[in-house]
Design a protein around this ligand. Structure first.
Ligand SMILES: Nc1ncnc2c1ncn2[C@@H]1O[C@H](COP(=O)(O)OP(=O)(O)O)[C@@H](O)[C@H]1O
Ligand SMILES: [Mg+2]
Length: 411
């Protein structure tokens, strides 16, 4: 009880740009660069450094589940590679306790010339398992992966989806003490993703330690009580999942607060404005509104060419990416076709949404085409009591009725 599965102290990882990075430079480019240097008799330019990770301190207790979030290039994958010893930290100390099962980028851990079956055994051996141990789990691994028919085919002939399925099955079934998973949800079909999540939940419930990188914040929140937010190789915030995810998303939203919309020349309809307003306040745009008052969403569009069956839709999406409202104009009784000209549309929303941050999405199109789709045409925050029911989407304060029932139960 209470011992640490993972401990990082002052971990940093530095890459030299231009180092072998998986072949971003062609041979011709390398040769050209070298001869140019020679010809100009210039000293070789000092190599540029890049710290993918810096000053990372992290502790994770055995049996905990930790989510790692952050933008692309934040250092998430590098952190997992340091943890799994695929790469050495440039500075600091990384310690893990027990057997680590990892599903990192496709390609790590499998030998392309060997068959699926051989790779399962090879991986088991790498994980320190005897042949018996692997045999005992072999059928489960194969059944989970769904690649039975290709077991005796070399891995190099697998599609990336098949490869991923088998790699996940191996990582999850070899009973690692620490299960490390990078971005599986980006690949694979929905059904397989559900299976993977189920498997990670199972690992967690069995008291294993799980470390999970994903862009799917809902999934991270569901699986991981604690989350670390990385940016530019540093920990920005670490703590309870909901708190860190909200901070991460709010930071992202601030960036788009003042929107101006592009006006491509060749589209028949433009969105020219989108704002949230207090309907009693004669329409000045507000990005912070009260939770317990109605709010109105206003948009303006410019129709340059008539589009048959033109329709408008407004959606409101919360920080978790759930579309809480989605209202189409065609659902309204007074639907009509729009001629050329400017139009303003307004939608009044009763005070049903919970306090929090939201994005307004604007869609304009017909049954045949999407002409405008701005998923974050405006953002707004509803202020008010932050209730302690973080899972609910609407707050209706419905009337309760409670009466005393006389007599014995069930009578
Ligand atoms: N082998 C490498 N050589 C040089 N730079 C690298 C290498 N691996 C990652 N990087 C750089 O380190 C930074 C963090 O990358 P990564 O850990 O893959 O981020 P994330 O997984 O959060 O998208 C990026 O700027 C990336 O280009
Ligand atoms: Mg990554």
């Amino acid at each position: 009880m209470g011992s640490l599965a993972v401990e990082l102290q002052g971990v940093g990882k530095r890459y030299l740009l231009g180092e072998d990075h998986g072949g971003h430079r062609t041979l011709a480019e390398t040769v050209t660069a070298a001869t140019t240097r020679l010809w100009r008799r210039q000293p070789r330019a000092p190599q540029e450094e890049l710290w993918s990770l810096r000053h990372i301190d992290l502790e994770l207790a055995e049996g905990g589940a930790l989510g790692i979030i952050g933008r692309n290039g934040a250092g998430k994958s590098t952190l997992l590679k340091v943890l799994t010893r695929i790469t050495e930290p440039t500075e600091g100390i990384s310690r893990t306790r027990g057997r680590v099962g990892a599903l990192l980028e496709v390609g790590t851990g499998f030998h392309p010339e060997l068959t699926g079956r051989e790779n399962v055994y090879l991986n088991g051996a790498i994980h320190g398992m005897g042949r018996r141990d692997i045999e005992r789990r072999f059928d489960d691994i194969v059944a989970f992966s769904g690649v039975e028919r290709f077991l005796d085919t070399p891995i190099k002939r697998y599609s990336s989806g098949m490869h991923l399925r088998l790699a996940f099955a191996v990582a999850a079934h070899l009973e690692p003490d620490i299960l490390v998973v990078d971005e599986i949800l980006a690949v694979g079909d929905a059904e397989f993703q559900r299976k993977c999540l189920g498997r990670m939940e199972l690992a967690e419930s069995e008291g294993r330690t799980v470390i999970f990188v994903s862009h799917s914040l809902d999934t991270v929140a569901r699986l991981c009580p604690r989350v670390v937010w990385l940016d530019a190789g540093r920990v920005v915030e670490e703590g309870p999942a909901n708190q860190v995810i909200d901070a991460y998303l709010t930071a992202g939203m601030r960036r788009v607060e003042q929107r101006s919309f592009e006006r491509p020349d060749d589209v028949p309809v433009w969105l020219t404005a989108c704002r949230t307003v207090d309907p009693r306040d004669q329409g000045s745009a507000l990005s912070i509104l009260r939770r317990d008052e109605p709010l109105a969403i206003e948009i303006e569009i410019l129709v340059r060419e008539p589009v048959p069956g033109l329709n408008l839709a407004l959606s409101v999406t919360n920080l978790r990416g759930t579309r809480v409202l989605d209202e189409a104009w065609s659902e309204h009784a007074t639907y009509r076709d729009l001629d050329i000209g400017r139009f303003a549309a307004r939608l009044e929303v009763p005070p049903v949404l919970v306090a929090g941050e939201y994005a307004v999405g604007v869609w304009v199109g017909s049954s045949y085409q999407t002409v405008v789709w701005e998923p974050e045409a405006a953002v707004f925050r509803l202020e008010g009591d932050v209730d302690n029911r973080p899972d609910r989407l609407v707050q209706l304060e419905l009337p309760w009725q409670l009466t005393r029932v006389e007599g014995p139960p069930g009578a």
